[in-house]
Design a protein around this ligand. Structure first.
Ligand code: ADP
Ligand code: SF4
Length: 705
């Protein structure tokens, strides 16, 4: 019989066991792996608070993103951390102190980018094993300075920078220090024969190619190994595809050669689209086929990722001997409190990552991370937003929200949590707004977690009333006479065309012109169809896939250089093209639509104006979205009645204010709920720490450069 004084065994208890990492011990198996946050050393307080939220939420290890060890590893203008001087130490110490407050370990991903960085800011020639550059095809990563080959002194220098970086990291309070050999960066370049053509002891055989990484780990251990765990982060995708001499692959051989050297293996894929793949194309646990062998070749703990949000999947990874620590980047952004929720049995309350990769787009944009599911991400210090606690309102008020899409649902949830009396009404038969249709499109089912999470919590609240099939106009709003009105009425797609000035201009009026709203309403084209996309995010590509899946002969045209061009930012672009090709869709780029008569579409090349015609009976335009603000405008005209009804404020939120990605709508709904009754709250602007006058000698390598 169970002793009534002890906690019942939970099948998730294994996730809360401590794990030894060299001289330090992780308090549990939840490991926030290094991930880009867009928060450089210029935003030290924003960064510390962002990482602290996860420590508070139960993640046992919290790591920085890539942290440069020398100015020859300079990714600017992409955001990166640095460990170059005493000011950097101070900046990082804010984060380690914040993490330690909650009993978690702090890790730092020391990093040298090798040939993958362009050193745009430092202007020193990038270094590489053999002068082989990364010839990126996308503008943000293209460079016009090729790397130089490293000589023996360069190798010694990098080893010294790594050791110095490790010592600085320890001074900053880090418990785990990384050597990075992944994602095309310097260590990885030594491992891969495509990059490494050296004829000395660092090139050739696999044992030689591993030498640089081994020495990087050894110097790190010598510098800090008595006090800090030393982790190796390594990409195994390409190596696993290469036949080994004594083992099935070179990945096996590398892990065997290094099996005792680091205190922890952090294993991953090689490129952002496969490492951080979007849910549209890849499911949970997608790394397993590449990394599943690692634990069989080492006794050291292994951490890996896979957008794990299900505790059962996590337990299965441990029980089946795939991983020792459950790595999380996106799941920890979407829900910093994921571990605590599992420990407390609040599984339904997990705010599961939807795999949209808006977080990654923030890094490409060079700004602090934003998240579709978690509107507080990146706002912890700046706006003082806690991910789980929005604070109680001084005075509960009656709030009417019109529209139950992402913006309305988030506003209702946050207002409900703040103790207000909330009424949420939507015209439709179900809540979810745009996601009611979008979740049915190829690959987008997981996006509905935005709705599921919020509806689940709202259904538990007694101070929130929800009404479906309730279209509200001015009269109804005046009759209800709430204290405040939030209009979350969404947006609509228009049939506007596009001009060489890169603005929406003109329309084609024809019964066979469609927008995504028509398709959502079930009005489907019959016969050959062209999708013309100048929205550039996912909708054009995914609607094309949807129509093709329905058996409609469909082709795709865009004024951009690629299909769904902005999805480069979310790592989806290569897979969008692959998906369209698999569905036999012809993709035409750099074209605008200049005419359509129900039988042919005329396309014009955007630079030359050269015309071509395409036979098609239907044209689907995925271009400009405009707010559904008729209700707002009608209310504006009747302010006398609004005032007489005692309505204190009317505010548009989400797409009804400014159409955008779901992340914008959720953030805006959250903001409105926080500000209700208080007015604009503003935010704090972070600033770099400059306690020490920067000196030449404090930056390794500067004198030589
Ligand atoms: P957002 O992304 O900003 O949340 P959505 O387009 O997803 O916007 O959702 C808008 C929701 O508002 C839709 O579900 C729509 O049915 C609802 N809606 C629009 N106008 C009204 C109205 N007058 N009364 C009630 N619901 C409305
Ligand atoms: Fe997940 Fe999207 Fe949030 Fe990134 S932005 S953590 S992918 S929900």
């Amino acid at each position: 019989m169970m002793n009534m004084m002890t906690k019942p065994e939970s099948r998730y208890d294994v996730l809360f066991e401590p794990v030894k990492i060299g001289p330090v011990t992780a308090p549990n198996r939840f490991y926030q792996v290094p991930h880009a946050s867009g928060m450089t050393n210029a935003l030290p307080r924003v960064r510390a608070a962002f990482r602290e939220a996860k420590a508070e939420g139960g993640w046992g290890v919290i790591c920085t993103g890539a942290c440069s060890i020398d100015l020859s590893s300079d990714d600017a203008p992409l955001p990166m951390a640095t460990m170059w001087d005493d000011n950097d130490i101070k900046a990082h110490a804010l984060m380690t102190d914040a993490v330690h407050k909650h009993g978690s370990l702090a890790g730092v991903e020391l990093w040298h980018g090798g040939a993958s960085v362009m050193n745009r800011s430092s202007r020193v020639a990038p270094i590489s094993p053999s002068g082989i550059p990364w010839m990126a095809t996308h503008v943000g990563f293209m460079g016009n300075l090729r790397p130089r080959s490293m000589d023996r002194q360069d190798i010694k220098d990098v080893l010294r920078w790594q050791a110095e970086g490790a010592r600085k990291a320890r001074t900053a309070g880090f418990d785990i220090v990384y050597v990075y050999a992944g994602m095309g960066y310097l260590g990885y370049e030594f491992l891969l024969p495509e990059y490494n053509h050296r004829i000395d002891e660092y090139g050739g055989s696999i044992a030689n190619r591993v030498r640089f990484v081994r020495e990087m780990i050894e110097v790190t251990k010598d510098a800090v190994g008595e006090h800090c765990g030393v982790a190796l982060r390594i990409s195994l995708e390409e190596l696993r595809a290469k036949l080994g001499t004594h083992h099935p692959s070179e990945a096996h051989e590398v892990i065997e050669l290094l099996s005792d050297v680091p205190d922890l293996f952090d294993v991953k894929m090689d490129s952002s689209p496969t490492d951080c793949s979007a849910s549209r194309f890849t499911g949970e646990g997608s790394h397993e086929p590449v990394i599943d062998f690692v634990k069989s070749l080492t006794s050291k703990p292994v951490v890996g990722v896979g957008r794990f949000t299900s505790p059962d999947t996590m337990v299965s990874q441990i029980r089946r001997g795939v991983l020792d620590l459950i790595g999380g980047a996106r799941p920890s952004i979407a829900d910093p409190f994921l571990p605590n929720k599992i420990r407390e049995g609040r599984i339904d309350e997990i705010r599961e990552c939807i795999g949209c990769n808006i977080c990654i787009s923030s890094w490409h944009d060079g700004v602090p991370v934003r998240c579709t599911q978690n509107p507080t991400a990146g706002e912890e210090w700046r706006r003082g937003w806690h991910p789980e606690n929005a604070g109680k309102a001084d005075k509960p008020e009656r709030v009417l929200i019109v529209g139950g899409g992402p913006a309305g649902l988030e506003a209702a949830l946050t207002l409900g949590r703040r103790g207000h009396e909330v009424t949420l009404a939507d015209s439709r038969a179900s809540f979810g707004g745009r996601l009611t249709f979008e979740k049915t499109l190829p690959g987008l089912a997981a996006w509905n977690r935005v709705v599921d999470y919020r509806l689940g919590r709202l259904n538990e609240m007694t101070n929130v009333s929800m009404y479906l099939e309730s279209t509200l106009g001015v009269d109804e709003i005046v009759d209800l006479a709430p204290d405040h009105v939030l209009l979350a009425t969404g947006s609509r797609w228009t049939n506007m065309l596009y001009s060489p000035m890169e603005i929406p201009v003109g329309r084609v009026e024809h019964p066979n012109v469609f927008t995504p709203d028509d398709i959502a309403a079930g009005r489907l084209p019959e016969g050959p169809t062209l999708v013309f996309d100048f929205d550039n995010y996912y909708m054009g590509g995914v609607i094309t896939e949807h129509l093709a899946a329905l058996g409609i002969p469909v082709s795709y045209a865009t004024p951009a250089g690629q299909a769904s061009a902005w999805t480069l930012m979310t790592n989806e672009l290569p897979l969008v093209h692959r998906a369209l090709t698999r569905r036999n869709v012809t993709v035409t780029t750099l074209q605008t639509v200049s005419a359509f008569d129900g039988e042919t579409v005329t396309l014009s090349q955007i630079f030359t104006g050269e015309k071509q015609t395409v036979q098609c009976r239907n044209l689907v335009i995925v271009g400009l979205r405009m707010p559904n603000d008729d209700l707002f405008n009608a209310l504006e005209l009747r302010t006398g009645e609004i005032d007489a009804a005692g309505i204190k404020s009317v505010r548009r939120i989400g797409d009804a204010l400014a159409p955008g990605a779901i992340a914008h709508a959720v953030h805006n709904g959250h903001l409105a709920a926080r500000e209700l009754g208080l007015g604009p709250l503003g935010f704090r602007r972070d600033a770099p720490i400059v306690e020490f006058e920067p000196a030449f000698t404090s930056v390794a390598g500067l004198l030589e450069a």
